[in-house]
Design a protein around this ligand. Structure first.
Ligand code: MN
Length: 272
Protein backbone atom coordinates (compact mmCIF):
# COMPACT_ATOMS: atom_id res chain seq x y z
CA UNK A 1 0.00 0.00 0.00
CA UNK A 2 1.26 3.45 -0.87
CA UNK A 3 2.28 5.49 2.15
CA UNK A 4 0.48 8.79 2.52
CA UNK A 5 2.79 11.83 2.76
CA UNK A 6 2.38 13.38 6.15
CA UNK A 7 4.19 16.68 6.21
CA UNK A 8 4.28 19.66 3.87
CA UNK A 9 7.95 18.95 3.36
CA UNK A 10 7.24 15.39 2.24
CA UNK A 11 4.46 16.55 -0.06
CA UNK A 12 6.80 18.99 -1.80
CA UNK A 13 9.65 16.49 -1.86
CA UNK A 14 7.51 13.74 -3.42
CA UNK A 15 5.79 16.07 -5.84
CA UNK A 16 9.01 17.33 -7.31
CA UNK A 17 11.01 14.20 -6.85
CA UNK A 18 14.05 16.35 -6.09
CA UNK A 19 15.56 17.89 -2.99
CA UNK A 20 14.41 21.36 -1.92
CA UNK A 21 16.40 24.21 -3.47
CA UNK A 22 19.23 25.24 -1.15
CA UNK A 23 19.27 28.93 -0.32
CA UNK A 24 22.36 30.45 1.28
CA UNK A 25 21.45 33.04 3.93
CA UNK A 26 24.21 35.43 4.95
CA UNK A 27 24.78 35.84 8.67
CA UNK A 28 26.53 38.38 10.87
CA UNK A 29 29.32 38.12 13.38
CA UNK A 30 28.09 39.26 16.76
CA UNK A 31 30.49 39.95 19.59
CA UNK A 32 29.31 40.14 23.17
CA UNK A 33 31.32 41.12 26.18
CA UNK A 34 30.57 38.99 29.22
CA UNK A 35 28.85 40.52 32.23
CA UNK A 36 31.70 39.37 34.49
CA UNK A 37 34.74 41.59 33.89
CA UNK A 38 37.19 38.67 33.58
CA UNK A 39 35.01 36.72 31.20
CA UNK A 40 36.32 36.90 27.63
CA UNK A 41 34.00 38.35 25.02
CA UNK A 42 31.97 35.76 23.15
CA UNK A 43 31.51 35.65 19.43
CA UNK A 44 28.42 34.33 17.69
CA UNK A 45 27.19 33.67 14.17
CA UNK A 46 23.87 35.44 14.12
CA UNK A 47 21.06 35.71 11.63
CA UNK A 48 17.44 36.60 12.21
CA UNK A 49 15.32 33.44 12.40
CA UNK A 50 12.70 35.19 10.26
CA UNK A 51 14.99 34.90 7.18
CA UNK A 52 15.50 31.20 7.83
CA UNK A 53 11.78 30.60 8.37
CA UNK A 54 10.85 32.72 5.34
CA UNK A 55 12.99 30.44 3.16
CA UNK A 56 11.76 27.17 4.68
CA UNK A 57 8.09 28.18 4.57
CA UNK A 58 8.58 28.90 0.86
CA UNK A 59 9.85 25.34 0.32
CA UNK A 60 13.57 26.11 0.32
CA UNK A 61 16.30 24.60 2.45
CA UNK A 62 18.05 27.47 4.27
CA UNK A 63 21.83 27.23 4.66
CA UNK A 64 23.26 29.85 7.01
CA UNK A 65 26.59 31.17 5.70
CA UNK A 66 29.00 32.06 8.50
CA UNK A 67 30.66 35.49 8.19
CA UNK A 68 34.24 34.32 8.79
CA UNK A 69 34.83 32.08 5.75
CA UNK A 70 37.68 32.55 3.34
CA UNK A 71 36.48 33.42 -0.14
CA UNK A 72 37.85 30.07 -1.34
CA UNK A 73 35.67 28.24 1.20
CA UNK A 74 32.71 30.44 0.29
CA UNK A 75 33.15 29.43 -3.33
CA UNK A 76 33.06 25.75 -2.36
CA UNK A 77 29.93 26.41 -0.35
CA UNK A 78 28.27 28.19 -3.30
CA UNK A 79 28.77 25.04 -5.39
CA UNK A 80 26.15 23.36 -3.22
CA UNK A 81 23.65 26.22 -3.33
CA UNK A 82 20.87 27.11 -5.78
CA UNK A 83 20.13 30.66 -4.59
CA UNK A 84 21.51 33.40 -2.35
CA UNK A 85 19.67 35.59 0.16
CA UNK A 86 21.62 38.65 1.29
CA UNK A 87 20.28 39.67 4.67
CA UNK A 88 20.12 43.08 6.34
CA UNK A 89 22.91 44.60 8.40
CA UNK A 90 25.10 47.64 8.97
CA UNK A 91 26.26 50.21 6.41
CA UNK A 92 28.45 49.21 3.50
CA UNK A 93 31.86 50.89 3.24
CA UNK A 94 31.31 53.71 0.69
CA UNK A 95 34.72 52.93 -0.83
CA UNK A 96 32.87 50.15 -2.71
CA UNK A 97 31.15 52.88 -4.73
CA UNK A 98 34.10 55.26 -4.81
CA UNK A 99 33.12 57.70 -2.04
CA UNK A 100 34.75 58.95 1.13
CA UNK A 101 32.65 58.54 4.30
CA UNK A 102 30.38 61.42 5.34
CA UNK A 103 29.87 62.15 9.09
CA UNK A 104 26.41 60.53 9.07
CA UNK A 105 27.74 57.15 7.88
CA UNK A 106 27.06 54.39 10.43
CA UNK A 107 29.39 51.59 11.58
CA UNK A 108 30.96 49.48 8.85
CA UNK A 109 32.54 46.04 9.31
CA UNK A 110 35.37 45.52 6.77
CA UNK A 111 35.57 41.72 7.03
CA UNK A 112 31.86 41.28 6.58
CA UNK A 113 31.73 43.69 3.62
CA UNK A 114 34.60 41.84 1.95
CA UNK A 115 33.08 38.37 2.35
CA UNK A 116 29.58 39.44 1.26
CA UNK A 117 30.87 41.39 -1.73
CA UNK A 118 33.03 38.41 -2.69
CA UNK A 119 30.13 35.97 -2.36
CA UNK A 120 27.84 38.27 -4.28
CA UNK A 121 30.35 38.63 -7.11
CA UNK A 122 30.67 34.84 -7.41
CA UNK A 123 26.89 34.34 -7.27
CA UNK A 124 26.42 36.96 -10.02
CA UNK A 125 29.06 35.23 -12.18
CA UNK A 126 27.14 31.98 -11.82
CA UNK A 127 23.79 33.54 -12.68
CA UNK A 128 22.43 32.41 -9.32
CA UNK A 129 19.04 33.87 -8.27
CA UNK A 130 19.79 36.56 -5.67
CA UNK A 131 17.33 38.10 -3.24
CA UNK A 132 18.66 41.15 -1.38
CA UNK A 133 16.95 42.51 1.70
CA UNK A 134 17.72 46.03 3.03
CA UNK A 135 21.56 46.14 3.13
CA UNK A 136 21.38 43.16 0.74
CA UNK A 137 19.49 45.20 -1.85
CA UNK A 138 22.00 48.05 -1.52
CA UNK A 139 24.91 45.63 -1.96
CA UNK A 140 23.33 44.17 -5.07
CA UNK A 141 23.10 47.65 -6.59
CA UNK A 142 26.70 48.51 -5.67
CA UNK A 143 28.09 45.15 -6.89
CA UNK A 144 26.53 45.89 -10.29
CA UNK A 145 27.98 49.41 -10.45
CA UNK A 146 25.37 51.54 -8.67
CA UNK A 147 25.82 53.99 -5.78
CA UNK A 148 24.13 54.75 -2.43
CA UNK A 149 23.05 57.67 -0.31
CA UNK A 150 25.23 57.22 2.76
CA UNK A 151 22.48 58.89 4.79
CA UNK A 152 19.07 59.58 3.25
CA UNK A 153 17.79 62.18 5.79
CA UNK A 154 20.83 64.48 5.46
CA UNK A 155 21.49 63.93 1.75
CA UNK A 156 17.93 64.03 0.39
CA UNK A 157 16.78 66.77 2.75
CA UNK A 158 13.30 68.25 2.98
CA UNK A 159 10.36 66.07 2.06
CA UNK A 160 11.95 62.81 3.14
CA UNK A 161 9.61 60.62 5.16
CA UNK A 162 10.77 58.69 8.23
CA UNK A 163 12.47 55.48 7.09
CA UNK A 164 13.70 54.48 10.58
CA UNK A 165 10.75 53.15 12.53
CA UNK A 166 11.16 52.25 16.19
CA UNK A 167 8.20 49.88 16.21
CA UNK A 168 8.19 46.09 15.60
CA UNK A 169 8.86 44.58 12.18
CA UNK A 170 5.29 43.41 11.79
CA UNK A 171 4.06 46.99 11.83
CA UNK A 172 3.58 48.92 8.59
CA UNK A 173 5.58 52.16 8.62
CA UNK A 174 4.95 53.60 5.16
CA UNK A 175 3.58 52.59 1.78
CA UNK A 176 5.42 51.96 -1.46
CA UNK A 177 4.05 52.38 -4.95
CA UNK A 178 4.79 49.34 -7.08
CA UNK A 179 5.58 50.12 -10.71
CA UNK A 180 3.16 48.80 -13.34
CA UNK A 181 4.47 45.86 -15.36
CA UNK A 182 7.26 45.20 -12.85
CA UNK A 183 8.04 41.67 -11.71
CA UNK A 184 7.29 42.88 -8.17
CA UNK A 185 3.76 43.84 -9.27
CA UNK A 186 3.33 40.28 -10.54
CA UNK A 187 4.57 38.75 -7.27
CA UNK A 188 2.58 41.00 -4.94
CA UNK A 189 -0.46 41.50 -7.16
CA UNK A 190 -0.63 45.05 -5.80
CA UNK A 191 -0.01 48.63 -6.89
CA UNK A 192 0.61 49.76 -3.33
CA UNK A 193 2.18 47.76 -0.51
CA UNK A 194 2.47 48.66 3.19
CA UNK A 195 6.02 48.04 4.39
CA UNK A 196 8.19 48.34 7.47
CA UNK A 197 11.26 50.59 7.29
CA UNK A 198 14.63 50.35 9.08
CA UNK A 199 17.13 52.06 6.80
CA UNK A 200 18.96 55.38 6.81
CA UNK A 201 20.78 54.63 3.55
CA UNK A 202 19.22 54.31 0.11
CA UNK A 203 19.84 53.80 -3.59
CA UNK A 204 21.34 56.86 -5.34
CA UNK A 205 22.60 55.79 -8.77
CA UNK A 206 20.86 52.69 -10.06
CA UNK A 207 23.03 50.00 -11.72
CA UNK A 208 22.40 49.58 -15.46
CA UNK A 209 21.35 45.94 -15.09
CA UNK A 210 18.59 46.87 -12.62
CA UNK A 211 15.19 48.55 -12.85
CA UNK A 212 13.22 50.38 -10.15
CA UNK A 213 10.28 48.25 -8.97
CA UNK A 214 8.86 50.42 -6.15
CA UNK A 215 9.25 53.85 -4.56
CA UNK A 216 8.01 55.47 -1.38
CA UNK A 217 6.06 58.77 -1.54
CA UNK A 218 9.29 60.80 -1.22
CA UNK A 219 10.79 59.09 -4.27
CA UNK A 220 13.20 56.82 -2.39
CA UNK A 221 13.77 53.55 -4.28
CA UNK A 222 12.23 50.80 -2.17
CA UNK A 223 12.59 47.83 -4.54
CA UNK A 224 14.66 46.95 -7.57
CA UNK A 225 14.83 43.99 -9.91
CA UNK A 226 16.54 42.56 -13.01
CA UNK A 227 15.95 44.48 -16.21
CA UNK A 228 15.80 41.12 -17.94
CA UNK A 229 14.61 38.09 -15.96
CA UNK A 230 15.41 35.75 -18.84
CA UNK A 231 19.02 36.74 -18.22
CA UNK A 232 19.05 36.45 -14.41
CA UNK A 233 16.74 36.58 -11.38
CA UNK A 234 17.62 39.51 -9.14
CA UNK A 235 15.24 41.13 -6.67
CA UNK A 236 15.99 43.58 -3.88
CA UNK A 237 13.69 45.22 -1.37
CA UNK A 238 14.53 47.99 1.06
CA UNK A 239 12.03 46.76 3.66
CA UNK A 240 12.09 43.54 5.72
CA UNK A 241 9.54 41.14 4.18
CA UNK A 242 10.76 38.35 6.49
CA UNK A 243 9.14 40.23 9.36
CA UNK A 244 5.85 40.79 7.50
CA UNK A 245 5.03 37.26 6.39
CA UNK A 246 1.61 37.48 8.04
CA UNK A 247 0.81 40.95 6.60
CA UNK A 248 -0.56 39.68 3.29
CA UNK A 249 0.62 37.38 0.54
CA UNK A 250 3.02 39.82 -1.11
CA UNK A 251 5.80 39.49 1.45
CA UNK A 252 5.65 35.71 1.61
CA UNK A 253 5.40 35.67 -2.19
CA UNK A 254 8.86 37.21 -2.50
CA UNK A 255 10.43 34.23 -0.71
CA UNK A 256 8.36 31.81 -2.81
CA UNK A 257 9.40 33.50 -6.06
CA UNK A 258 13.06 33.31 -5.01
CA UNK A 259 12.88 29.63 -4.05
CA UNK A 260 11.09 28.90 -7.31
CA UNK A 261 13.81 30.67 -9.31
CA UNK A 262 16.47 28.79 -7.32
CA UNK A 263 14.79 25.48 -8.12
CA UNK A 264 14.84 26.36 -11.80
CA UNK A 265 18.48 27.47 -11.60
CA UNK A 266 19.43 24.28 -9.73
CA UNK A 267 17.88 21.98 -12.30
CA UNK A 268 19.49 24.00 -15.11
CA UNK A 269 22.93 23.74 -13.47
CA UNK A 270 22.45 20.00 -12.94
CA UNK A 271 21.58 19.53 -16.63
CA UNK A 272 24.62 21.53 -17.78
MN1 MN B 1 11.62 52.86 3.70
Amino acid sequence: MERKPRTDFEVKHLRRGVASPRIGVTAALKEETGSVAQEPSKRFVRTDLDYVEGVSEAGGLPVVIPPSLTLRAAEDLLDGLDGLLLSGGPDLDPAYYGEEPIPELGTTIPGWDALEMGLLGLALERGMPIFGICRGMQMLNVALGGTLYQDVPSQLGAGVINHCQTTPKRQVSHRVEVLDHSYLAEVTGRQSVGVNSYHHQGIKGLADALAVAARSADGVIEALESRDFSDRWLVGVQWHPEGMRDNGIGHRGLFEAHVCAAEHHGSRSAAA
